[in-house]
Design a protein around this ligand. Structure first.
Ligand code: HEC
Ligand code: HEC
Length: 470
């Protein structure tokens, strides 16, 4: 209520303060942080840049603290949609940090910068995780600090999310693309052969089955598992909402910083009415995508007998049913597309990178693809009421299986960072994971220690992107 009533007033204040700020800035030496040398999509598509040049440009986009002259911040408020990027009211009415529902940082690095939390002090790494203080607040409507609702505890609705790392993300994206292609093929087969059940098995993961019913003339999706009816594998975002890192990056730019990519709002369009157009070029999003997806993969270090025994307990407890130790890709090359077509990851290619030779460094397998030891099935699972969000959606309690690679270094755990130890993270599993959780709880002390020893061998890369750093 309070927020509503100050909207029109805030709108007026906003317009005035922006005008004042702009006049002041013109008289100073300040300029946009991105400068004037910008990477274009056509140069990239024409092969004008080496992979390392593109990565370096991506690092720049990832790590530059944008300012108002770059287009930082939201513009005019949209009273009809006060929760989407571009329309959010901000506390200061001038489009700077609000912290809740975005405008929460100047650079991606602020939240993705911890390489390992297993050391004291933590080690820095580009593209790493964030601590609880970097958690993002997505679309909260009620923050009930003093328990006005009388539930007995302070409550928060909306999404509260802890930043994961981006290491190895190219491997996840490559697998998702191949899996999506397979599932789309199954869908077309089912359409052409009615009344036959098609199992949606790809890369050793089952997404249930579909059948085209000739009587109803509709696809029967009732046996689908862990994926939307469009049969697109979406590994990114803890809720499994993005099929590629590019798609995530476009939203991240707008949500966290009010930086509007051309591909989101159009060329020459000042969608957020902050006086800056073409805030992030298409070539810059491409470079960001390439940089993110060529970051080194996590790795297993210090393998020994205890870890091997622990891995056996991990399998027998049922953990590996969801946290599938490795997925094998068919190809080695990640294909970059613009514009992306979710149902066809091969469309509109402008660049491809071999993830076995790039810094990503995945191990080639014997069938011409890569072994990606990610410890996930890239599927959504119901994790039970205790981990559920409160949007009132069937997806509230569902999350994509967390990739456990690097987990030794990435506390705190779970989507909101509520677990400060691995044991807590495991014991908080519910829903589909309840029996595995109970199996873990019933392990003897020695076996439990071995299982944790195994998890502590799953490490983040040492010095990712080191070749690009000063
Ligand atoms: C305020 C902290 C914060 C900032 C700033 C931030 N992120 Fe994130 N990032 C997060 C959180 C939290 C998530 C998990 C989001 C979710 O699960 O929906 C995330 C997830 C991601 C993911 C998906 C990773 C995965 O494995 O699912 C990518 C890619 C990403 N961020 C890229 C970026 C880029 C690029 C920027 C800068 C434009 C950026 N982030 C800025 C907090 C941040
Ligand atoms: C039904 C599928 C499923 C099973 C079985 C399962 N998990 Fe998970 N696990 C998940 C999902 C989904 C998440 C993410 C939950 C969240 O973020 O709130 C997760 C998160 C985790 C995390 C935290 C990772 C992080 O980075 O935050 C750990 C550790 C973990 N699981 C270990 C285990 C172990 C050990 C077992 C076996 C005892 C197990 N899991 C069984 C689905 C499963």
């Amino acid at each position: 209520m309070l927020r509503r009533s100050f909207l029109p007033h805030g709108w007026l204040l906003f317009s005035m303060s922006l005008a004042t700020l702009q006049t002041t800035a013109a008289g100073q030496d300040d300029g946009p942080m991105l400068g004037t040398a910008r990477m274009t999509q056509s140069d990239m598509a024409n092969g004008a840049h080496t992979l390392d040049e593109v990565r370096a440009e991506g690092l720049k986009i990832f790590a530059t603290p944008f300012n108002r002259l770059d287009g930082y911040g939201d513009g005019a408020l949209n009273p009809l949609d006060t929760t989407s990027p571009g329309g959010r009211p901000s506390l200061q009415n001038n489009g700077t940090f609000l912290r809740v529902n975005g405008l929460d940082a100047q650079t991606c690095m602020e939240c993705h910068s911890v390489g390992s939390n297993a050391t004291v002090p933590f080690t820095f790494a580009v593209g790493g995780v964030g601590g609880a203080n970097n958690n993002a607040f997505f679309q909260p409507k009620e923050i009930d600090v003093d328990d006005e609702s009388g539930s007995g505890f302070a409550a928060f609705d909306g999404r509260f999310i802890n930043p994961p790392f981006l290491f190895g993300s190219g491997g996840g994206e490559l697998l998702a693309a191949e899996m999506t292609l397979d599932l789309q093929r199954f869908k077309n087969l089912a359409l052409s052969v009615p009344d036959v059940v098609f199992d949606l098995d790809t890369h050793g993961v089952s997404f249930g089955s579909i059948e085209f019913d000739s009587v109803t003339g509709a696809m029967d999706f009732s046996n689908l598992e862990g994926i939307d009816e469009d049969l697109i594998v979406r590994p990114f975002g803890r809720k499994g909402e993005f099929s590629t890192v590019r798609a995530f990056d476009i939203d991240a730019m707008q949500f966290h910083m009010g930086m509007q990519p051309i591909e989101a709002v159009g060329q020459g369009v000042d969608d957020d009415q902050d006086g800056v157009v073409d805030e992030i070029l298409t070539g810059e999003i491409s470079a960001l995508h390439v940089f993110n997806t060529n970051l080194e993969r996590p790795e297993i270090r210090g393998w020994n007998t205890d870890a091997r025994n622990g891995f056996a307990h991990f399998v027998s407890a049922g953990c590996a049913d969801c946290h599938v130790p490795s997925l094998e890709s068919r190809g080695k090359e990640l294909i970059y597309s613009f514009p992306e077509v979710e149902t066809n990851p091969l469309a509109n290619e402008f660049m491809r990178v071999d993830l076995s030779t790039s810094p990503a460094g995945f191990a080639p397998n014997s069938t011409g693809g890569l072994t990606v030891r990610l410890f996930s099935d890239l599927k959504r699972h119901d994790m039970g009421p205790d981990l559920a969000e409160s949007f009132g959606s069937v997806l509230d309690s569902q999350y994509v299986t967390a990739r456990l690679w690097g987990v030794a270094d990435t506390a705190p755990y779970l989507h909101d960072g509520r677990a400060t130890t691995l044991t807590d993270a495991i014991l908080l599993h519910g829903g589909e994971a309840l029996s595995a959780r109970n199996n873990f709880a019933q392990l003897g002390a020695a076996q439990r220690t071995e299982l944790l020893t195994f998890l502590k061998r799953l490490r983040t890369p040492i010095d990712p992107a080191a070749d690009l750093l000063p």
